[in-house]
Design a protein around this ligand. Structure first.
Ligand code: ATP
Ligand code: MG
Length: 560
């Protein structure tokens, strides 16, 4: 994995294009990203975006953004807007204007008429069930529809009347006349047009017939001069049909479909239908809930565009299906944040520490670097006083020898500050430790103590200066590595009931200036991001836990 972010790894598609360019097959490549605006984009789409826009960037070509909007009932402007935002947030810009398949409806209608005139399409009146029956199976050929041999004139008349709204929804369809005994079922007279009285977000009520995906997609590619129509492997069986249309229609260019394997992540669901269900049924707070694998959710969680691009690069582009470990996504994220997130201290589970030999009203201020390895990130000021908060986990009453944090009679270094020693514990009536009385060694600021070694370093905040924040702690949304994988178990049953915990954190005061979407490493705790929408509302600080510090992926790689 020696590739830096700017030079994505080569892949078989890139190699192929390289060869075609060398052979002079075309001068410039044009790719496209063609989402259907029926939901928000997810991490799988990021792979497709990085690939399509990445190829265009690499070869100095162009990549279009085209909304594949042939199912108006399921589509909406909200989805269109979110998709545009997400593509740009990831760091890509489409060539020219946004495209819509619906812009080509007139042209596509014209193509359908051409097919009818050539005797290669017909209006069929079989209902859905009959159609299924006639289609045959993988092992048996289909049967010709009784409407297959209508005359060209009759077909032209009926198709025109379909468009004019003379027939009920579903009463008739236009089908290609290819081969009902083709081994590839996609070639058994596929549907080109359906009657569907649905208001369309772009074309309004102009149309009551809509083209099928298969009929619209390749022709739209050809209209736009797409050279490489890169899509996921489930379309491999559609390729002969894709090519059939291109060969049988007077299209202005000859695009080529190339398939790659889709991204599957463990502990994650990436079906838009299921993601929509999570939203609609209130299992999450919305499409951009930080637990969602949507780009909007990942963004709100604190993912950086660079980390997602790096992840897509690590995943690579192949034709073999597999499941990627979500730990690899976390790894890509961490390695970006490790370098680029400023440090801060925040105590999530506080216990009070009083430094008994420190003057009552004294306050010291430490000016420390925001990032230990990057001076350019500036400095921050941390106040120190007699009363501090530390994380309860950094204290142990009966500590084993190897516990290098705080325990009675033992010493620990406060990050950026002195070495302190715990002299006494104060307990409440239930016997819980509620306060630690400590002493500090004034000779240890920026220096090792004389004559002894202090191994542990812990984070802390000054109690009177600490700023409370709402901290949202996230875990995987699903407990099962393959939530979608069992036929008889609904994926909702694998929802992790502990995927969100809201708590109060006590922050060093420098975090008061954090802006929405600013990311930090809370030292020794994890990476956090100021919530994009809620942070700063009514003066409240809100931080989302992006990811913990421990990298299980890097460990696995080392071992392996
Ligand atoms: P659904 O989730 O309903 O199956 P879809 O994910 O195919 O729909 P589209 O809007 O059609 O949604 O996808 C746009 C593009 O993104 C397509 O080219 C598709 O192949 C690609 N894409 C979708 N999911 C993935 C994935 N998991 N990995 C890689 N590419 C994907
Ligand atoms: Mg699709």
């Amino acid at each position: 994995m020696s590739n830096t972010e700017n030079t994505p790894a080569p892949n078989f598609i890139r190699t192929l294009i390289q060869e075609e360019l060398a052979a002079g097959q075309y001068e410039q490549i044009v790719t496209r990203f063609p989402p259907e605006p029926n939901g928000y984009l997810h991490i799988g789409h990021a792979k497709s975006i990085c690939l399509n826009f990445g190829l265009a960037e690499h070869f100095d070509g162009a990549c279009n953004l085209r909304f594949d909007d042939t199912n108006p009932e399921k589509e909406s402007q909200e989805y269109i807007d979110s998709i545009k935002d997400d593509v740009q947030w990831l760091g890509f810009q489409w060539a020219g204007n946004i495209r819509y398949t619906s812009e080509y409806f007139d042209q596509l209608f014209g193509y359908a008429v051409e097919l009818i005139k050539a005797g290669k399409a017909y209006v069929c009146e079989l209902n859905a069930e009959q159609m299924r029956e006639y289609r045959g199976t993988l092992t048996e050929p289909g049967k010709n529809s009784p409407f297959r041999d209508r005359s060209v004139e009759e077909n032209l008349d009926l198709f025109e009347r379909m468009r004019a709204g003379e027939f009920d929804d579903g009463a008739k369809v236009l089908r290609a006349k290819i081969d009902m005994s083709a081994p590839n079922i996609n070639l058994r007279d596929p549907i080109l047009y359906r009657i569907r009285r649905a208001h369309h977000h772009q074309t309004g009520d102009k149309w009551c017939i809509y083209p099928s995906y298969d009929f619209a997609h390749g022709q739209s590619d050809a209209i736009e001069g797409i050279t490489h129509s890169v899509c996921t492997l489930e379309f491999e069986d559609h390729r002969p049909l894709y090519n059939w249309f291109i060969e049988n229609l007077p299209v202005p260019s000859q695009p080529k479909q190339i398939e790659f394997s889709r991204l599957n992540l463990n502990y994650t669901v990436t079906s838009k239908r299921k993601l929509k269900q999570l939203v609609d049924e209130g299992h999450v707070a919305g499409w951009d809930d930080p637990r969602m694998p949507t780009l909007a959710g990942l963004r709100r969680r604190g993912y950086t565009p660079a980390s997602l691009r790096k992840f897509c690069d690590m995943v690579g582009v192949t034709r073999s299906d597999g499941v990627v470990d979500v730990a690899m996504l976390y790894h890509a994220l961490r390695s970006d944040l490790e370098e680029n997130a400023p440090r801060a201290m925040c105590v999530l589970n506080p216990i009070k520490v009083t430094i008994t030999n420190y003057p009552e009203d004294q306050v010291e201020e430490y000016v420390v670097p925001s990032h230990p390895a990057n001076e350019a990130m500036g400095e921050r000021t941390i106040p120190f006083s007699r009363t501090l908060l530390i994380d309860a986990e950094d204290f142990m009453e009966d500590a084993p020898k190897k516990f290098f944090r705080l325990s009675q009679g033992r010493e620990v270094r406060l990050r950026n500050s002195y070495v302190i020693k715990c002299e006494e514990m104060i307990k409440n009536e239930q016997g819980d430790v509620v306060e630690l009385l400590c002493t500090y060694d004034p000779e240890t600021l920026g220096k090792n103590p004389e004559g002894r070694k202090v191994k542990g370093v812990i984070h802390w905040v000054s109690e009177e200066h600490a700023v409370p924040a709402e901290v949202r702690l996230y875990e995987n949304l699903f407990t099962d590595p393959n939530p979608d994988g069992k036929k008889d178990v609904n994926f909702l049953e694998h929802i992790n009931p502990e995927s969100l915990e809201v708590t109060t954190g006590y922050c060093e005061p420098s975090l008061l200036t954090a802006a929405p979407e600013d990311r930090f490493q809370f030292e020794r705790v994890g990476y956090f991001c100021a919530d994009r929408f809620d942070h700063g509302k009514d003066g409240k600080l809100v931080f989302n836990k992006t990811v913990g510090l421990k990298d299980s992926w890097a460990k696995i790689q080392k071992k392996g």
